[in-house]
Design a protein around this ligand. Structure first.
Ligand code: FNR
Length: 182
């Protein structure tokens, strides 16, 4: 039986290094793990008036998350926090009140940045949000990738053996976490 992972990449950029990191992780995962990238670019900006009659795109987002066994967030850091486009998607999926689509799912947060802090602050903010939304986020290992040169290519191939081993260690822990809690 396959295990479905809903992947949130917090960048809309075509050449996103976080999208590359997500692809690298997917390559290292066992075959029974399937990954669906959740579309967060076509969503409206959340407005509490939606709650009376939720827009179709928002309902679709919620269904995609609810159908997943687990979550993976791969996010850049924007101004020491979470990109707005990702926070918007999370806000939408958390509502209407009482229908939080994330509740009880296992998940993990990782990220890559061109800065030396490797998205540490963005991830810390995201962990806070996800704790409130009742997501069981893997504690360790933390994955703060300082992206240099062509560390990961557009298809998720990793250029550096040390990074490959490190990410394999993360994937092994994540798979065990999802199997335990899923
Ligand atoms: C950044 N970047 C950035 N990097 C960082 O390490 N800490 C930060 O606070 C920020 N802030 C920030 C704000 C905004 C608006 C932008 C556009 C960028 C740089 C960031 O790491 C870099 O652009 C990455 O390439 C973004 O990830 P993606 O889009 O390649 O996945």
């Amino acid at each position: 039986m396959s295990t479905k992972i809903a992947v949130f990449v917090g960048s809309l950029r075509k050449e996103s290094i976080n999208k590359r990191l997500a692809l690298a992780v997917e390559r290292l995962a066992p075959k029974e793990f399937t990954f669906e990238h959740v579309a967060i670019d076509g969503l409206p900006l959340y407005n509490q008036d939606f709650d009376a009659d939720y827009p179709l795109a928002c309902k679709h987002l919620k269904q995609t998350i609810e159908a997943a066994d687990a979550l993976l967030f791969v996010t850049p850091e924007y101004n020491r926090s979470i990109p707005g486009v990702l926070k918007n998607a999370i806000d939408i999926a958390s509502r209407p009140w009482g229908t939080n689509s994330f509740a009880g799912k296992p998940g993990a947060v990782i990220g890559a940045s061109i800065g030396s802090t490797g998205t540490a602050l963005s991830q810390q903010h995201l962990r806070n949000v996800l704790a409130y939304l009742d997501v069981a986020v893997l504690g360790q290992p933390e994955v703060f990738i300082h992206f240099k040169d062509e560390l990961i290519d557009g298809e998720g191939h990793i250029a550096n053996e040390g990074t490959q081993k490190f990410l394999q260690g993360f994937v092994d822990k994540y798979v065990a976490w999802v199997k335990r809690l899923g």
